[in-house]
Design a protein around this ligand. Structure first.
Ligand code: FES
Length: 98
């Protein structure tokens, strides 16, 4: 008797990182930009274009690493990130402007 079951493909292990924002902690994945995941967690972030043009979604990055799947046209100031297109690659801590 032969088995018809196929060998299982290795499961994609989702990378989950912590985002610290004041006393809040949000878990995010590398599958979507930070802005979408902050919104889903109920955190309001200013934005306009959502495509890396305007920099209105700029947030302070206190520590940790993010990457951009494409080079944003907006200038990313040192120590800041663009939430609409940043992919979180480690635990990070962020802060909004006062
Ligand atoms: S919303 Fe415009 S750069 Fe992020």
């Amino acid at each position: 008797m032969t088995s018809t079951s196929k060998p299982k493909a290795p499961e994609k292990k989702e990378q989950v990182h912590r985002v610290l924002l004041g006393k809040k902690q949000i878990l995010v994945t590398e599958d979507e930009p930070l802005l979408v995941q902050l919104e889903r967690a109920g955190i309001h972030v200013e934005y306009q274009c959502r495509e890396g043009y305007c920099s209105s979604c700029s947030i302070k990055l206190l520590w940790g690493n993010v990457i951009y799947p494409f080079e944003p046209l907006a200038w990313v100031q040192s120590g800041y990130l663009l939430a609409c297109c940043a992919i979180v690659k480690s635990d990070i801590e962020i802060a909004f402007f006062d």
